[in-house]
Write a protein that binds this ligand. Sequence first.
Ligand SMILES: [Zn+2]
Length: 245
Amino acid sequence: MTRAADIKVVSLAGDDGKRRSVAERICGNCGARGHVPSRGATGRGMPPEAINRMFRAKGWELGIAAFSERCPDCVAAAKISETMEEPAMPEIKSPNSIAAIAALPATAPRSITPDDRRLIFVKLGDVYDDGAGGYVVGWTDKRVSQDLGCPLAWVSEVREQMFGPLKANPEILALLEECRRILDKAEERFMAAQRQHNETVLAISAADKRLSAEGARVVDVFRGITEDMDRTRAKLRKIEQAVLP
Ligand SMILES: [Zn+2]
């Protein structure tokens, strides 16, 4: 990889009027300025290699000092004067990510570059536990390759080279997977049982309310009967007093 001058970060207003930190390069020939994002989607500052790669993808030629750097227009102009005698070649758009490079037709297989290695190594730093000799839960060579959009073999190669072989034994991994599956099932059953329990509690509560209302009605009926009986007894006493000596 060509060495590149230090990256300058400036604050620039975007189309939406918001100011953002962006990486800036100034053409050593015409003074044109070029910008690329200096922070990734997560807000973390991007490594200089990634920023330089974006500039190169936009057609910048980077030099060891700012004066030797060239904007895409100057690069194109220099190429034209270099190849005046040669027939014009169709312009090949430079791919701007590992994904784009990896997606190139199979007729043009690409071998891993130092830049790729560095990018994979940076990613491994986030998801590989060197002390434990394995990936943190949920990560594998395959997932890293999918995440970066590069061939699986590249990830395995860099990981072997930097961290050595995975300590976790495939049989243990399979066993772990099996345990996880059983746990998932148990959890599913537990949730179903809990749902059923909740439904039962609701049903009992509803039935309880109905029974209470029914009970209150029965008490009313009894009270009515008792009052009737009292009134009848009083009448009977009056009749007795009138009739008996
Ligand atoms: Zn220029």
